[in-house]
Design a protein around this ligand. Sequence first.
Ligand code: ADP
Ligand code: MG
Length: 524
Amino acid sequence: MTEQNSGGVQAQRMENTALENNCAAVLSVADTVRTTLGPKGLDKLLVDELGNRFITNDGATIMLSIKTVHPVAKMVVEIADRQEIRVGDGTTTAVVLAAEMIKEGKRLITDMGIHPTLIIRGMESGIQRSIELFRQMAVKIDMDDARLAHVIATAAGSRMDGNQVVSLVNEAVALLKRSEGKRDGINFKKSILLINKPELEDMVFDGIVLQKQLVDTQMPDNMKNAGALLLKMDVREIKESWIKEMKNYDDVVRMKDSHKKIIKEISDSIIASGAGVVFLASPHVDEFLFASLIARNILPISVSNEEISSLAYAFDLPIVKRREDMGRVSAGTMKNVSYDEEKGLLFLENNPQRKVVTIVVGGATRVTSQERWRSVKDGISSAQSALSDGVVAGGGAIELYISEKLKDKGMNSGVESLGVEVVAHALSGIMRQILINAGFSGFEKMTEIKKKSGEYGIDVNTGKSENMFDAGVIDSAGIKINALKSAAEIVKAVLRIDRILIASSPHNAVTGKSAGDAKHERTQ
Ligand code: ADP
Ligand code: MG
């Protein structure tokens, strides 16, 4: 071997050390969540610094609570975060896919000496082809399709108290179906609101529930056909500091008078609109305005921007934003407004157009109630995604089918095919992991179904090879596609990294100034 060559080998080995370390970091994070995948996955008990305990089986929650310092491990946590924000379910799937791709990619780089860019190019075409196949296999469904309830059950039912929470989501969907308004283009994430209150009983309310502490109200228990007005404006109180800054007493009097006049105008317009209840989203709560409304038998309720948007959507009400428009609006109607002082909940019952319903998620303890809340959220997210992108066979069946398709001879050629195989390997890992978590031998069971149509998988509740659609194990195609995309983004980045450098300051890292002395290599 020439000197030059041995230098090359040395450099290659150094790069591989970084890759090995990064890979180990990814796998160690992934290993903490992979055992939760699927309905038989085990729960984790998280304990924070203050000793608070939470039981969870949720990939996203576990990942986001892991205290990791390794920069590459942090990237894996990002996958969970991104998947959670984009679609709201499928986080564990995304992390397992990423771990499997990284493991296989690393093997090709270190054992076979293939350059990362070649593998990445192959992976990209594998991902592309998989997404096309997911789309081809996806079956479109609408709100009346019985499979929608199965999607909800598959996503939400695998957790603690699964069946109870599944029925809550189904009940909410059933209510929305009874709407007299248009149902096309319904968005469950917007139409099903969630409240998590451990001390309450589970319930589905036909309308909006707001958590509010109303004080000093002489409001009747029930206001039928209440006139309602939505205001979003800065109704500002006079601040002491402004008064202090004023030079003379006349200015102060003038300002107070003008403020009183404005408030009087606003409250006169509210009266004229016929409102009995006013929802106000304002950065400042003006006690004077509130007192003047209460004195005139109108219930003022301070709400957030998010809450006012939900109210406008649910009751088809305009949001009045300018004082000039106040005189022109008339109040809309809410079928029934009632307040439960003990629970601190305000119930606003739907009109027949019924666009929003609320699920109140209770739970015996705070520890378990959050997990139940997450299950409901997963059910809603998957239902939404299923309506927009269609459904596929669950239990890893569709992934296994696509994995086999990717391996079909004739479709792949050259070194790039190795990258495609990385994707194929990862996709088959989903069913394997679900089966292992359920105590089955993944390998044995999977050979039983490999050659079947893409609808066949193993229902882990029965251990039998079944058509997943018949068994009711059905997933949203959109969640799967997103999981694969989120995983691939990170994997490509990790495989490309051959060193980790520590920048002396964020400024230098961004501008790249004095690269030589600003950075030093970190020995891992
Ligand atoms: P994620 O965080 O990825 O959503 P989950 O723990 O929720 O992970 O598991 C979801 C996976 O479990 C999906 O692939 C789904 O099809 C599968 N699954 C759900 N119920 C069953 C079942 N009865 N048999 C086999 N697989 C199931
Ligand atoms: Mg899930």
